[in-house]
Design a protein around this ligand. Sequence first.
Ligand code: SF4
Length: 493
Amino acid sequence: MCGVVGIISGQKSVAGEIYDSLIHLQHRGQDAAGIMTYNERFHIKKGTGLIRDIFDEQNMSRLLGRVGIGHTRYPTVGGFSIEEAQPVFTHVPHGIAMAHNGNLVNYTELSKEVVEKDRRHINSSVDIEVILHIFAHALDQRKTQSNELTFFDEICNGVKTVFDRVDGAYSVVGSIMNRGMFVFRDPNGIRPLVKGKRENNDGTVDHIFASETTMFYSLGFTPIGNVEPGEVIWVEEDGTTHSRVLTKEQFTPCVFEYVYFARPDCIQNDVSVYRSRLRMGQNLAEKWKNEYPDIVPDIVIPAPSTANTSALSFANELGVRYSEGLYKNPFIGRTFIMPGNEERKKSVRYKLVPQEFEIRDKNVLIMDDSIVRGNTSREIVRMVREFGAKRVYFISACPPVKFPCYYGVDMPTRDELTAANQSVEEIREFMKVDVLMYQDIDGLKEAVTRKGDHNIDRPCMACLDGWYVNGGINEKKMDDLESQRLNERSKLK
Ligand code: SF4
């Protein structure tokens, strides 16, 4: 899961605001980041690590121009070197820069085609480079074939070629030298992309596109909705805006954005993440009352901090005290997006400290947003027991994660998913809890889609129900993608 942002201003340099935006997207990736702007040439700064460690006054001062894109990276395909950081660019045609959030299912086939058929050079193993070259190649071909198309028509043709050839999930922000900024979103809208506007005192208008609305308020942008699935938007340097929906498929945004990834203060696909998490807690409380009417815990503790909101509404519905019984050190990275199981396990104890006065001699219910590998949850339970809990119940706002994600979230192999290989009872025993309860798929779906002026057909829940909206995922494809992922990991050791 990555974070992307693009800003085009009618008035001023954008690098500072792209930096601020990336800070507001840091939770979406902590592995690497980059900013690319242009005035008469491209200016780029990329690095590995946290945003505040990559950029400083000196390198920011080089990032000139009123058009720029930024990216914070969480690895899905590709390794950890600087070459794998985004944005990426090509000189031909025009000079095009791109960054994306997502993952390509047919990356291996496409990267071969791009080199052998399109005769373009790929300089990394990051999947946006494939999208970049497919788009650039299509634009280049069109340029030599017809003079009657507008530049926006040419961009639409380039994006349509991407839609036709690329299988997967992708939300893309890009810029074209001395022309402006474009964005597009895959035809199913799996990965998020929101848009906003800001009027300047000289009458010019600034545009922002980003993975989340989290930076809009502090930068003074007004949210104006989403880039629609299958839509391309082109903003010229003078602010003239064009948009076209090229392909309409089922709108299936990622449910995990609501469960875990997105910041709770953001609106995605016209649904408040915060409100959806409250509803997850309510729905789970209903289920608890039906299944365990005689068990009333003394306190409800969230596994901080993504589960805080759902745990709050769960506790309210049950009439039980909500307690911050696990203190989270905010200066340690999220365990889910740290590579490698050992680092993940080790980080739980650095990151979370149980509060003994809240826990000792109590029947404690812990709520987490999800259980993916199970190791973190088991460690949390162990810690709470060490601090004197009488009984420990564990609930998950998300149903069992049974299938890998091929659309940009790091849960790639079935072997690593605890619910892919074990029953709920086996997981309960593994976690050593008195009760383990998961949300139902219908309960989660209802929590996301109950309210909001949205046009979601159904959320993507492929990691929960195995229904991959793009098709083309069979046993063989799963095996191939899993061994590709394992190969990449082994290179990192
Ligand atoms: Fe999100 Fe799961 Fe779909 Fe991946 S498979 S996009 S994590 S809902």
